[in-house]
Design a protein around this ligand. Sequence first.
Ligand code: SAH
Ligand code: SF4
Length: 370
Amino acid sequence: MQNLLDFDAEGLMAWFAERGEKPFRARQVQRWVHRFGETDFDAMTDVAKSLRAQLKETACIQPPVPIRDSISTDGTRKWLMDVGNGNAVETVYIPETNRGTLCVSSQAGCALDCAFCSTGKQGFNRNLTAAEIIGQLWIANRLLGPVRDARSPAASEDRIISNVVMMGMGEPLANFDNVVSALRLMLDDNAYGMSRRRVTVSTSGIVPAMDRLRDECPVALAVSLHAPNDALRDQLVPINRKYPLKELLAACVRYLDRAPRDFVTFEYIMLAGVNDQDVHLRQLIEIARQVPCKYNLIPFNPFPNSGFRKSAAPVVRRFSQLLNEAGIVTTTRKTRGDDVDAACGQLAGQVKDKTRRTLTNTIPIHEVRE
Ligand code: SAH
Ligand code: SF4
């Protein structure tokens, strides 16, 4: 059985062409699958009956299965998605006044082993398939609101998810092809119709893949900077040993040539006594002279044996204030979903254990735990 969620528009048309079906048929089916969230081929009423029958035999629409669904007191909602072999990834929905953001995972685990990251501490398990990546958006759309609404002509504006950030588990640019297929569907008017400015890839800085993304599917870019000099970044974000700051910053400038936004967002986790000193502030200001950017200061989410402490709130405030005074737009990330471990960087913090427990206890799907 071919899972149709694995295809972007081009892939679906190619698969249809192999079966002697015209491109517009692929577009019809894609619309049913992604815009209307339909899984039943018989319900795809404008698709020829013979094709529907054939699809029933050969294809399926199979998103990842949520094995836990938790809602935080602040409205943040987190799903744990089963991806087989006792592995699970997390997807988080963050409602805000004027937008709703879905934080999507790209890998089970991560090989890059950043010092402060609980996903990295688990090691790498595998790349998610394109179906598992876009499936997170597919299923979140379905679980967040009535599918019926998606059938109105203004579907894309009505969607409860207005933004996607590839900031869940994993390094998106280390799973390039599958991530790009999923991004293309997010942007496709015949699927989710999201604006490029509202889809963000966050990377720890895999320079050649940043160039490819710029050429093949430019969307908004966030870079996990976390340290403003090579000596420190080598320790905190080990990929820096391969692609040091000078190369990373040059890649950011190249990216901006084609990016839908005219700045890069630098993510900067504030770690007490590690990267929150005056010298770092000066270096951050220096970096902003080289790359049009905004800083997003992130309160560190501690996890057992991380070896780091979060910077005190006044230290973070001072950093933010002095960067803003230097003319650099700087925001501080609000911690959301703490009570359901949905806060950034905690994704899958204890997934392995929880997953095992969940699976053996066979907690019903879609159960909401508060
Ligand atoms: N691999 C990509 C995207 C996933 S991580 C990347 O590194 O950019 C998403 C964001 O969460 C990154 O900025 C990452 O540095 C941050 N993060 C990781 N661990 C964290 C923690 N313990 N506390 C706060 N943020 C964390
Ligand atoms: Fe991987 Fe990003 Fe975590 Fe680094 S911060 S280990 S790149 S998920």
